[in-house]
Write a protein that binds this ligand. Structure first.
Ligand code: GDP
Ligand code: GDP
Ligand code: MG
Length: 301
């Protein structure tokens, strides 16, 4: 299956739900007027795009209606596509990993898909010919280390691990040393996730960041926040909470294959101005795509 077909398949539920809602609005369509715009706005909000972002899109549509004489259903759809794409097109979509070594830290709440995403990214980078090391800095459960080990094996990456319960920052410290000794290209750090225990988690993240900045001050660093796409609007508050504590450089949106709430991407990007770098569309090692705004929008409308 080609790149775009796979993306479309992953986003089937979002697309179906979007199309049903859009068709509902257009089934009563007579002309583009205030009543119609209101219905369309409600439709966008129901599609998890978020209130503020939906209002913005409709305001744009209203403006363009006046200037461009938008009258037909297909024209309205095209404007929606363009406005969504505009929101999603923000800079720095690529990973910045130009130094050797460079480092990626992956953060987020429990169960969002951090470890799985690390496996997928490690695999991607290995395929590009990079030597990858992963650090098992989720030392909270022994099972977390075992899970990362399985992914590392699949991706052909080296793993640095220690016993359960040790200070995660010390695992990262060891991993940086080993990465340099091995002359590896990229170190990817897995972390434990707990939002309810926020203070502890954030102190731990700060400590890891401090150790990284001390030992690899010159290195390119990515801090990727993983968000579970099935959580809808709650995802927006997670980004807000983590943004206050960590220098997030990008988002990974996972589980878009299992949800009709893929529209949430648009609200998240618009409200935070942080680029989505990858989207997860399944549990297999290849089920991750670099985020392309145009393809994404085409796949849902
Ligand atoms: P972590 O706690 O953040 O490290 O999350 P895990 O990587 O352990 O993933 C939690 C669950 O989500 C696992 O069952 C994964 O297989 C599943 N998962 C992760 N990413 C995706 C995805 O893109 N699509 C689907 N359907 N499942 C995913
Ligand atoms: P502290 O632990 O609160 O004193 O904070 P530091 O910034 O001094 O170190 C943070 C963590 O990095 C420490 O807790 C260690 O786990 C780890 N670390 C720092 N220096 C070393 C080192 O020389 N060797 C090892 N193995 N770990 C280190
Ligand atoms: Mg994990």
């Amino acid at each position: 299956m080609g790149f775009f077909d796979k993306l479309k398949q992953g986003l089937t539920k979002t697309k179906t739900s979007f199309n049903e809602k859009i068709n509902d609005v257009f089934s009563n369509f007579r002309k583009v007027d205030e009543e119609f715009l209101e219905e369309l706005e409600e439709m966008l909000i129901m599609s998890d795009i978020g209130v503020d972002t939906s209002v913005k899109i409709i305001n744009q549509l209203r403006e363009r209606m006046k200037k461009e004489k938008i009258e037909e259903e297909e024209q309205v759809k095209q404007v929606l596509r363009e406005e969504m794409q505009n929101i999603l097109e923000i800079k720095d979509k690529e990973l910045h990993l130009s130094t050797k070594p460079s480092i990626i830290m992956v953060i987020g709440v429990n169960g969002v898909g951090k470890t799985t995403s690390i496996g997928k990214i490690a695999n991607r980078l290995a395929k590009e010919g990079k030597k990858v090391v992963v650090a098992a800095a989720d030392t909270f459960r022994a099972a977390a280390v075992e899970q990362l080990e399985i992914w590392a094996k699949r991706a052909g990456a080296e793993i640095v691990k220690r016993e359960e319960g040790v200070d995660p920052a010390s695992v990262v410290f060891d991993a940086m040393k080993i990465t340099k000794e091995m002359n590896a290209d990229v170190l990817i750090v897995d972390t434990a996730g707990r939002l309810h225990n926020k203070k502890y988690l954030m102190d731990e993240l700060n400590k890891i960041q401090k150790v990284i900045n001390k030992e690899m001050p010159e290195a390119d660093k990515e801090v990727l926040l993983v968000i579970d796409g099935t959580t809808g609007q709650n995802a927006i508050s997670q980004v807000k909470a983590f943004k206050q504590e960590a220098d997030i450089t990008g988002l990974i949106l996972t589980k878009l294959d299992g949800t009709a709430k893929g529209g949430v991407v648009i609200g998240i990007v618009e409200e935070n101005q942080i680029p989505v770098k990858f989207i997860g569309v399944g549990e297999q090692i290849d089920d991750m795509e670099i985020f392309h705004a145009e393809d994404f929008v085409k796949a849902i409308i």
